[in-house]
Design a protein around this ligand. Structure first.
Ligand code: TRP
Length: 441
């Protein structure tokens, strides 16, 4: 293998890792999961899971990637010859592929909404945004066409080698999106009755405190930090030895929590003030965002800009997902990369079609009482990501000697020992208990 490029600056690495992490997970999935799981308790558990389980595992992925300096499978094979640790790479490939299969469905919804925003058919007094969303997702042709277009967009960006360009552009697109969220938050919070939304988010209703909520919160922490699929291992494999991985990990986790909360603070005050239900499911953000924009001057123009920014945040994640699949799938055989990217993209598109149809044509088809879309989501966030994260945690905790991991962390003894105890005992036990409860319960 030729000598590999390195990120030239710490900020470059943080931006790439954060760009892959921050996407639909924080902006779309977090609000609707919180909405259907009682708000406050889910949010509290999500934050705790992010800090005490997600963050230490993120540090572990950075550590493994940087020591390996190559694709995940070969990285594990070389660092643990003859041992089966590399299978975590295959779990990552399957999980990332499945995630992208429904991620592209939601990406398609963004394209559909962008198209409608451009033709100004998302604004107008008295529009029922819930009905509008329903029209979209129940139309099989539009859903599949939009999903396919989104996959093609992702594929072409990876193919054309302009991925770097997209990431550079997102350097200012993401802050702009952030400013939009602040603006929307101000509008949302000043609506009559908005305070109910704040209560919903921050005053715990303990009746929702149970294992199911915990599984979902843990899954959400893994999903939104891009953990458990070796994605962060791949990024960190380009990282130079001089970088402080703990700082980078803390930055990524903190940004992720902040964006998630901000998305909630835009959505929930408006939900209560405008008389919608927090339990809309996957449509929540698509229903509420136009509803809030309608309350703003020049809302129909701003809405266009917003969806363009959202598309950017989503694409920086989808290209990372496709790259994880391709990187693991081809391993050392880099000469087959172009062909492999097409083949994987097509397979993922086809696997995603039932998810795209699961709100309309296939809405009666249930697996374990869940729609296909929800089932694939559960299979990844609820099972595959926790298993991947568990293995990564054990690898960093036990396979590495203390000398190695301490050297990699370059941190104070207190932080080092806290991390070690978490990845050796607390995270594995917590993940196992939660997993068993959800699978058996
Ligand atoms: N974290 C991404 C988001 O919140 C989704 C995601 C999960 C992801 N695993 C990933 C993105 C791996 C890139 C790579 O939108």
């Amino acid at each position: 293998m030729s000598s590999r490029d390195h990120f030239t600056s710490r900020i470059g690495f943080i931006l790439a890792a954060a760009g892959s992490a921050i996407g639909l997970g924080a902006i779309w999935k977090f609000p609707y999961m919180a909405g259907t799981n009682g708000g406050s308790v889910f949010i509290l558990l999500f934050i705790l899971c992010t800090i005490f389980i997600g963050l230490p595992i993120l540090i572990s992925e950075f550590m493994i990637g940087r020591r390996g300096q190559r694709d995940p499978i070969n990285s594990f094979k070389e660092q643990a010859p003859g041992k089966p640790w590399y299978t975590v790479g295959w779990i990552g490939l399957i999980a990332a592929g499945l995630i992208l299969s429904f991620y592209s469905v939601v990406g398609g919804w963004i394209l559909s909404y962008l198209f409608r925003a451009l033709t100004f058919s998302l604004t107008g007094k008295g529009l029922n945004f819930a009905l509008l969303f329903n029209d979209l997702i129940t139309n099989p042709w539009e859903a599949i066409f939009a999903q396919g277009t989104f996959m093609l967009l992702t594929l072409l960006i990876v193919q054309a080698g302009i991925k770097g360009g997209i990431e550079v552009a997102s350097k200012w697109m993401m802050p702009l999106l952030f400013i939009f969220f602040i603006l929307l938050f101000i509008r949302s919070i000043t609506l009559d009755g908005a305070v109910e939304g704040i209560k919903f988010m921050f005053i715990p209703d303990w009746s929702y405190f149970n294992v199911d909520t915990l599984v979902l919160a843990l899954g959400q922490a893994f999903f939104s930090l891009s953990l458990g699929v070796c994605a962060m291992i791949t990024y960190a494999s380009y990282l130079a030895k001089s970088e402080k991985i703990v700082n980078s990990a803390v930055n990524v986790a903190a940004m992720n929590i902040i964006i998630s909360l901000l998305a909630g603070l835009v959505i929930f005050p408006a939900v209560f003030a405008l008389d919608y239900s927090p339990e809309q499911g996957p449509g929540l953000v698509f229903i509420m965002i136009p509803a809030v924009f309608e309350q703003l001057p020049m809302g129909s123009i701003l809405l266009i800009v917003f969806f363009i920014l959202l598309l950017f945040a989503t694409v920086t994640s989808s290209i990372a997902l496709l790259e994880v699949v391709v990187a693991i799938g081809i391993g050392n055989k880099t000469q087959t990369r172009k062909k492999a990217t097409w083949i994987f993209a097509i397979i993922i598109f086809v696997i995603g079609i039932p998810s795209a149809l699961s709100f309309g044509l296939l809405s009666d088809l249930k697996i374990l009482d869940k729609s296909i879309f929800d089932f694939v989501d559960y299979l990844t966030s609820g099972i595959l990501l926790p298993i991947g994260a568990l293995m990564i945690s054990l690898f960093a905790g036990f396979h590495y000697s203390k000398k190695i991991s301490r050297e990699e962390m370059q941190s104070s003894p207190f932080i080092y020992w806290t991390w070690l105890i978490i990845v050796r005992f607390i995270a594995p036990i917590a993940i196992l208990v939660i997993l068993l409860n959800s699978v058996l319960g």
